[in-house]
Design a protein around this ligand. Structure first.
Ligand SMILES: *[C@@H]1O[C@H](CO)[C@@H](O)[C@H](O)[C@H]1NC(C)=O
Ligand SMILES: *[C@@H]1O[C@H](CO)[C@@H](O)[C@H](O)[C@H]1NC(C)=O
Ligand SMILES: *[C@@H]1O[C@H](CO)[C@@H](O)[C@H](O)[C@H]1NC(C)=O
Ligand SMILES: *[C@@H]1O[C@H](CO)[C@@H](O)[C@H](O)[C@H]1NC(C)=O
Ligand SMILES: *[C@@H]1O[C@H](CO)[C@@H](O)[C@H](O)[C@H]1NC(C)=O
Ligand SMILES: *[C@@H]1O[C@H](CO)[C@@H](O)[C@H](O)[C@H]1NC(C)=O
Ligand SMILES: *[C@@H]1O[C@H](CO)[C@@H](O)[C@H](O)[C@H]1NC(C)=O
Ligand SMILES: *[C@@H]1O[C@H](CO)[C@@H](O)[C@H](O)[C@H]1NC(C)=O
Ligand SMILES: *[C@@H]1O[C@H](CO)[C@@H](O)[C@H](O)[C@H]1NC(C)=O
Ligand SMILES: CC(=O)N[C@H]1CO[C@H](CO)[C@@H](O)[C@@H]1O
Length: 675
């Protein structure tokens, strides 16, 4: 190419770009559908249902699965049920009903060359009682000029006199077309070519212990043969769930296309930064889930009573599309999508949504302060902590943020010196919560914080004194709300997901609950303080053991430890921090495996379902057990931890951290010599 040609080439490119942007955003309303088009992307939405039925981009007629029904390509949905007693039938809670939030009224809110905003609404009234969730919906779609994608958000409202109801789940779902999108990106270290949905069907796939988990015995692409596919292997914590999606990679074409969901804020997601949600998985499917009970259980059902007015804005989220003419490497598209995600996060709160329910930056507030930790048995100092999560959530008990779902939450992390600044807070009443890796328990500021529009609150220095009565005699694990530091076995070679071989998230493999019984066929786990290493000798989950007759049985683990002297009059403290439990009963016995009743029992707790869902944490729980010195002896002692529930393979406990503290009356300085 000589200079003139090069010049012409660039001029041509320039004209192409100008040609696109000068078109602005156009809206075309048809009887059954409506088109938003900015020259880069064309979005086709059904009228008046408000489903996304087509996305045209990069020369592809429709990025969404054209073989699916129009209501099954790009949609909002809820899972709901009638509330209170109406949900219960013969003593059992009814399963929720899926509703794709089909609307019946389109209103054009904004229409100019810079922006189009559409509103699809559904208004509830008493003639719909028991048939549809008592909620008004306003689903919005926005297209901006020169933007490679579109935004969607929705406003849900439950009026004061309306009936009680439960909201189990709500999300936005997209189904990109399966003949193109074959490569999935969840995170930098979680991306791979994916099997087809067809590979999961009978003949190609074999269902394992539950319908979501399928072993691919005869997949279309032989490279996936023998792997397990299960959408729960791809769940993401909220704090890491900002951009994920799919790429089309085809070696006989030179260009590739990326389809991404960008969630620029977590304020509207339930249950704080550690809540795990589904994101992308086989289908192809891409979700932005705002609320679900996954990894938490029934504690996270949103229950509304009568006389409980509620309004919440979910989103906006951004559906971002990109393309690459150097088609074979997914790296460019992924890096570009991450760059776009950063742009979206920096633009939050967006200035363009037209609903008055979405508040601007000027209407939002800021809370600042500094978090110090003081643990008397580590030192008398007030220590600033780096990287601690500090957040605002609607008022509740200590730690209640992890089950809170009706309001908004605002979280940040402390800097090197413990300072934090929580920005963009919506008006309302909040508690300030925190937890700090390396320390047990939950911090809660003792006053309700009342946020008014456009205010700035300085809280000064806050001190977290974690639960602590006496010096550490021994500890197992790291207090970080996760069981990841413990021993995690290799998967059964029959149940592998190749992505997680030699990967930091080994726990995401299918079927690890069976490995416990294989590693400990007869005798249960015994941990010797001083010689055992929790990384190797503490199994990450206290599972049940399968019996020959296909029943299951709880297990008893032992912690052996030696005491040089015992204060028989003192009270020792056993701290049991649990990362997750599922239908488990944890019993504690000291030096007598037959003691009845046990020294302590949690009773049956937890519906996190973390073991079956390959999680490493669910709901955090801390138990503090008094151990009278008279139960202990000079020399060897044993703590027996019995998981007594035998209710199937997925029952059990994921420990976070265990600590035995000496009696409190021993002063810190007296203790120095025991270390
Ligand atoms: C939008 O979808 C409708 C219904 O499938 C279809 O008839 C119409 O041609 C589509 N319009 C465009 C521009 O893709
Ligand atoms: C549709 O919504 C608009 C705006 O809220 C309202 O003015 C109009 O009455 C609604 N139409 C119907 C048929 O419900
Ligand atoms: C109640 O809603 C139904 C369904 O949208 C509608 O047909 C009916 O006219 C509404 N009734 C009243 C009183 O608004
Ligand atoms: C790859 O591209 C070729 C040529 O466009 C097309 O025929 C083929 O179906 C594509 N394959 C996949 C898996 O997308
Ligand atoms: C917080 O402020 C709002 C608005 O001023 C007020 O309605 C609300 O009652 C206040 N809440 C508390 C706990 O003071
Ligand atoms: C496992 O990962 C490490 C570090 O990423 C690498 O050095 C090693 O070669 C990998 N081993 C296998 C078997 O892939
Ligand atoms: C299964 O076997 C265990 C002993 O291994 C026994 O305790 C239990 O009663 C048996 N259960 C059934 C249903 O046979
Ligand atoms: C325990 O308390 C009793 C009565 O108060 C006292 O006589 C005894 O010395 C105490 N023992 C120890 C080890 O402190
Ligand atoms: C205490 O336990 C250790 C380790 O299990 C063992 O070596 C030692 O013999 C035991 N001591 C007594 C007095 O039982
Ligand atoms: C008081 C008591 O039961 N002590 C026992 C504690 O556990 C050790 C080790 O199992 C036994 O040797 C003690 O007799």
């Amino acid at each position: 190419m000589d200079f003139n040609n090069l010049f012409l080439f660039f001029m041509f490119q320039f004209i192409l770009i100008i040609g696109c942007s000068s078109s602005g955003v156009r809206l075309d309303i048809q009887d059954k559908h409506v088109i938003m088009d900015n020259g880069i992307v064309q979005v086709n939405i059904s009228n008046p249902e408000g489903h996304v039925i087509g996305i045209q981009y990069n020369g592809i007629d429709n990025l969404l699965e054209v073989q699916n029904k129009e209501s099954d390509r790009g949609y909002w949905d809820i899972v709901w049920e009638q509330g209170g007693e109406k949900r219960t039938e013969k003593g059992v809670k009814k399963k929720g009903i899926l509703d794709r939030m089909e609307t019946n009224n389109l209103t054009v809110i904004v229409e100019n060359e810079e922006q189009v905003e559409l509103s699809f609404t559904r208004i509830w009234n008493f003639s719909l009682e028991g048939k549809l969730a008592p909620l008004n919906f306003d689903k919005r779609f926005i297209m901006l000029r020169d933007s490679s994608g579109f935004y969607t958000y929705a406003i849900y409202e439950h009026s004061k006199e309306w009936p009680a109801f439960d909201l189990d789940n709500t999300r936005v779902a997209f189904k990109p077309r399966k003949d193109k999108f074959n490569y999935m990106v969840i995170a930098d270290d979680r991306q791979r070519f994916m099997p087809l949905p067809d590979d999961r069907l009978p003949g190609r796939g074999e269902v394992l212990a539950y319908k979501e988990a399928v072993r691919l015995v005869n997949p279309v692409e032989p490279e996936f043969k023998g792997e397990v596919d299960d959408k729960y292997e791809y769940s993401i914590e909220s704090r890491k769930n900002q951009v994920h999606g799919w790429i089309s990679i085809n070696s006989s074409e030179s260009k590739s296309t990326g389809f991404w969901i960008i969630t620029p804020s977590n304020e509207f997601r339930s249950a704080g930064p550690l809540k795990q949600y589904l994101a992308s998985h086989v289908g192809p499917t891409s979700l932005s889930v705002f609320h679900s009970t996954h990894y938490s259980g029934a504690d996270l059902i949103m229950e509304f009573g009568v006389n409980e007015p509620w309004k919440k804005v979910f989103g906006p989220i951004f559906i971002y599309l990109n393309s690459d003419s150097d088609g074979l490497s997914p790296i460019n598209l992924r890096e570009d999508a991450k760059h776009q995600m950063v742009n979206e996060v920096e633009s939050w709160p967006y200035t363009f949504p037209a609903s008055k329910d979405f508040l601007s930056s000027a209407q939002r507030s800021k809370v600042e302060g500094r978090l110090l930790v003081r643990d008397r048995f580590i030192g008398d100092a007030f220590v600033p902590v780096k990287g601690a999560y500090v957040g605002l959530a609607p008022p509740g008990d200590v730690g209640s943020w992890q089950a809170e779902c009706k309001g908004y939450q605002f979280w940040t992390i402390t800097d090197d010196k413990g300072y934090f600044s929580i920005i963009n807070i919506l008006p309302g009443d909040y508690n300030l919560f925190s937890w700090v890796n390396g320390f047990i328990g939950d911090y809660q500021y003792d006053k309700v914080i009342n946020i008014t529009s456009g205010s700035e609150i300085k809280l000064g220095e806050l001190v977290y004194e974690p639960p602590r009565d006496g010096p550490t005699l021994w500890e197992i694990g790291i207090p970080d709300r996760s069981a990841a530091e413990f021993y995690i076995p290799d998967p059964n070679p029959l149940y592998v997901n190749k992505l997680y071989l030699n990967h930091s998230d080994r726990y995401r493999q299918y079927g690890l609950w069976e490995r416990y019984g294989e590693l400990y066929p007869k005798e249960d786990l015994v941990y010797n303080v001083g010689t055992s290493d929790y990384k190797k000798d503490w199994y990450f989950a206290q599972n049940t053991r399968k019996k020959d007759n296909n029943t299951y049985k709880g297990t008893t683990w032992q912690i052996n430890f030696n005491l040089d002297h015992v204060n028989t009059n003192g009270t020792y403290k056993l701290r049991l921090a649990l990362a997750s439990v599922h239908f488990a009963e944890l019993q504690v016995r000291i030096n007598n495996s037959d003691a009845n009743p046990p020294l302590f029992t949690t009773e049956v707790i937890g519906k996190d379902n973390t073991i079956a869902r390959h999680g490493i944490h669910g709901m955090y729980r801390l138990y503090n057990v008094d151990v009278q010195g008279s139960l202990l002896v000079k020399g060897n002692n044993t703590i027996f931890l019995t998981q007594a529930s035998s209710n199937g393979p997925f029952v059990g406990i994921l420990y976070d951290y265990i600590r035995l503290e000496g009696p409190p009356q021993i002063h810190f300085t007296d203790q120095l010599d025991i270390f």
